[in-house]
Design a protein around this ligand. Sequence first.
Ligand code: GLA
Length: 390
Amino acid sequence: MDSPYHAVREKFRAVFGDEPARLRIIRAPGRVNLIGEHTDYNDGFVLPMAIEPEVRVACRARKDDKVRISSTAFAGQIVEFSLQQTIERAEPKWANYMRGVAAGLIGAGIPLVGMDAIYDNTLPVGGGLSSSAAIEVATAHSLLALSGNTMDVGRIALLCQKAEHEYALVPSGIMDQTAVAAGKAGHAMLLDCRSLAKQFIPIDSRDLQIVIVNSMVHHELSGGEYAKRRRQCEEGVAYFHRINPSVVALRDVTQAQVQEAEGKLSPIVFKRCRHVVSEIARTTAAAQKLTAKFYEEVGDLMVQSHQSLRDDYEVSIPELDFLAEQAMTIKGVYGARMTGGGFGGCIIAMTQPRAVEPLIEHLSKVYPEKFNRKPTIVVTTATAGASVVE
Ligand code: GLA
């Protein structure tokens, strides 16, 4: 148990020194989404899982109300704020996730104590694997553990999502924080983003391997395109709501109703709605097929998802299109698609175990030839959501 966390403990000591107060270790995994993209903020379904790369925090309580944080990604900086004063967004930006979560916990009436903490991230930042949600959820667990409190994981996810909205200014859905906070080892999570009900579906690693290929194109959700997609969906909802007042989200619209709206909605809003409504249907279908171990059919749905994200939702980029297409040329790869918000980041491939090596070999060769960048590739199983290690 010591080995993966030894390094973060040592890094803590190097920054904050050795003191008698007990050092706590917290881990929060990243997430990858099998299918169900840009459906969470439309009250739809998503099918993510927590993955092995993770954020690790070493922290200890302070006797005063100060929070002092350091990150191995920004060596030499220590950010400090007080739990007694209103916590505002501030520079450096990386600390806003921690500020937002601390503010949220205080707002929820949790009596916190000060902390010194160091964050060590084995997730690629801007890789579309939810490093920000992992940082948020890790912060919540750290502050809760040090103050002797616990909180339901669903509530932690909601509180972290609020921090993302208000402190990172990304109007994200609830998928990332829920997968990070409440993932289950060996399982994908079918999350109903309206009721927040979770259903866990086993992923048997003897049958399936999950390969994540990072295009190394940095994705940035605060860039405006994400918020623009949300507004376009809202425009769609407003149209369907006028026809039928019981429609409050694209979740309430059928594929036939979207087809009928062609020519009445603006062409862009029509395409956005067509993606979301068809993607919600693909996600529930994929969950059923995965449960039944009909892997080829799950794979087909993943490929359709990519095409819809590329053509109708327009959040893919040539690098992701190329990686997803090339992955499908390898025998034993069931499905491949871009995963996460888009505009960079990663593809996910679901493969037979024997296809993993040929897939890695192929993409490591053809991707740099075409785009002059080396992809980074992670083979992972589904892990458990965030936890206090010690
Ligand atoms: C980002 C957001 C999520 C979700 C995905 C797209 O990861 O944080 O809430 O909307 O994009 O599926």
